[in-house]
Design a protein around this ligand. Structure first.
Ligand code: MSP
Length: 510
């Protein structure tokens, strides 16, 4: 099955911040999981390069918008490579091919009689690239997200007949699976119930955008252009770009993961645009929460922005991944706390999982000639029962995109295995030769449990997972089907165990 998943296309006004890293890590984990379950995944990310915000940013820097976009787009792409993000497509909205798709799409929407010329008056936030609701006449109105003054606009623009799609959108959002989480879905239902208004899809007085055919003093509104990036990312065949080919590739997208601030665009405007062009709306949209730092909103003026590059250098990508995936429930806001970060990495990865692996493989090496124990039968231990339950829960959570719960299930399993080991005390049993078979069984089972932990961690922490499996002497990891490798008892008996080394270093408080 094809599975198309997308991050938002990030504005190139600045390099990636922790919010963009967060969304991208979530998508990466889901993409990896779906691949492991046998889907053919197309993971789309990219950048949103047009509009007033980008034009002004370039102007302030004293470079051309094109130069600015080339530079920041490249930083985004390189960053995702550094973060080990397994994207398949990286779309730039300034690419010529994307422009072709925008034009084709516009013609379809026009043919549906959904475009007309009208007057656009209102208060605009350049940061959001959005007209704000209920404008009053005070010039000091501020955007609640950017905390910057709104700008009054009064232009003749082309409009899209969103109001025509009231019924379609109502029907779409009635499906409880379309928007998650529930609270966000309710906000959208409430907004739609007030009646949808047409919105302008072109701008005059703005050069940095795609020109509207036959209206050459108009450029497309940046959101109309950007949303189409999801389609243009998969619409090329032998250098020919077409909407038909996007459909052939598998459109509609299965999952858009976005932040809660841009949900309306994705859950209302975008599906209506697609229906107008005769295409299917996306299947699901998850609006994740916002990250704060030590309880405070992150912002340049507050001086508390967490630079993801610094985090990456200091802690490595997988520690940050674990914290963001395990500690924040997808959909809720999350807080980045330095102390909590250090505690979680040390407790979960270094102690609960890392120590379990190291102490057990050390015992096995010491007592069984540097190998895994050779056992004649694999008794049905209590630990196997824990494994089966945890695997079932984990798959169930992952299928519902509850990544925090799936991560915690691995931890719960590892904690149970630690308790089991402490209860059995093989280090005491080994002192009496008569216990040797029992010790072999205990050690084999605990090592097998750590193998399962390594396999389960694969979509969440791909590198850490490999390290665990290598430490168990499993070097040919990818030759086995992932689901198959969750079966109990696959760890070979009498297999060489490499000398253990810490699979993660403990972090210090600063
Ligand atoms: N360019 C648009 C998206 C167009 S999609 C066709 C855009 N870009 S953005 O760069 O401003 O935002 C990208 C994502 O980052 C959004 O999903 C937004 O919600 C998210 N975040 C911005 N700040 C954030 C936090 N502090 N925490 C978590 N995510 C945040 O919007």
């Amino acid at each position: 099955m094809n599975f198309i998943i997308t991050t938002p296309l990030y504005y190139v006004n600045d390099k990636p911040h922790l919010g963009s890293v967060y969304t991208t890590i979530i998508c990466d984990s889901i993409a990896r999981y779906k691949r492991l379950r046998g889907d053919k995944v197309i993971f789309i990310t990219g950048v949103d390069e047009h509009g007033l915000k980008i034009q002004r940013t370039a102007l302030n820097k004293g470079v051309s918008p094109k130069e600015h976009c080339d530079q920041i787009s490249d930083i985004f792409k390189q960053n995702w490579i550094k973060w080990n993000i397994s994207f398949n497509e990286f779309i730039r909205t300034t690419s010529k091919d994307h422009e072709k798709v925008v034009h084709e799409f516009y013609e379809k929407v026009k043919a549906s009689n959904d475009i007309y010329m009208g007057e656009q008056k209102g208060w605009y936030c350049v940061g959001c690239e959005e007209f704000k609701d209920n404008p009053d006449n005070s010039a000091t109105r501020k955007c609640p997200i950017h905390n910057k003054n709104l700008e009054w606009k009064n232009e003749t623009n082309l409009f899209f007949r969103l109001s025509k799609y009231q019924k379609d959108i109502e029907e779409l959002i009635r499906d409880p699976d379309f928007i998650e989480p529930k609270e966000r879905r309710n906000e959208i239902i409430n907004f739609v119930s007030k009646g949808l208004k047409d919105f302008s899809i072109s701008r005059t007085n703005l050069n940095w955008g795609i020109k509207v055919p036959n209206h050459l003093n108009h450029t497309f509104y940046v959101w109309f252009d950007a949303l189409l990036g999801y389609v243009s990312a998969i619409s090329s065949e032998d250098n020919v770009y077409s909407l038909d080919f996007a459909i052939k590739t598998g459109w509609p997208a299965n999952l858009h993961i976005i932040g809660k601030d841009i949900l309306r665009f994705h859950a209302i405007y975008w599906p209506a645009m697609l229906i107008s062009a005769g295409m299917k709306p996306p299947q699901k949209i998850i609006g994740h929460g916002f990250l704060t730092r030590e309880g405070q909103k992150m912002g340049k003026s507050l001086g508390n922005v967490l630079d993801p590059e610094i985090l990456l250098k200091k802690y490595g990508e997988e520690s940050v991944r674990w914290y963001l995936l395990k500690d924040i429930s997808l959909g809720s806001d999350g807080d980045f706390q330095d102390r909590r970060f250090v505690d979680i990495i040390n407790n979960d990865l270094a102690n609960t999982i890392g120590n379990l692996l190291n102490r057990t493989s050390s015992m096995s090496r010491k007592w069984f000639n540097n190998k895994t124990p050779s056992i004649s039968e694999k008794n049905n231990f209590e630990i196997q029962e824990y494994a089966n339950n945890s695997i079932k829960n984990y798959l169930n959570y992952f299928d519902k995109y509850k990544l925090d719960k799936a991560s915690n299930e691995i931890l719960y399993f590892a904690t149970n295995v630690n308790l089991y080991l402490n209860k059995k005390e093989p280090w005491t049993l080994i002192k009496d030769e008569n216990n040797i078979n029992e010790v072999k069984l205990i050690i084999y089972n605990v090592l097998e449990a750590t193998r399962i932990i390594g396999v389960l961690l694969k979509p969440l922490l791909p590198e850490f997972s490999i390290k665990i499996l290598n430490q168990l002497g499993e070097n040919d990891i990818d030759s086995r089907n992932w689901e198959e490798s969750l079966k109990w008892g696959l760890l070979p008996k009498s297999n060489n165990l490499p000398k253990p080394k810490p699979i993660i270093n403990k972090l210090e408080y600063e």
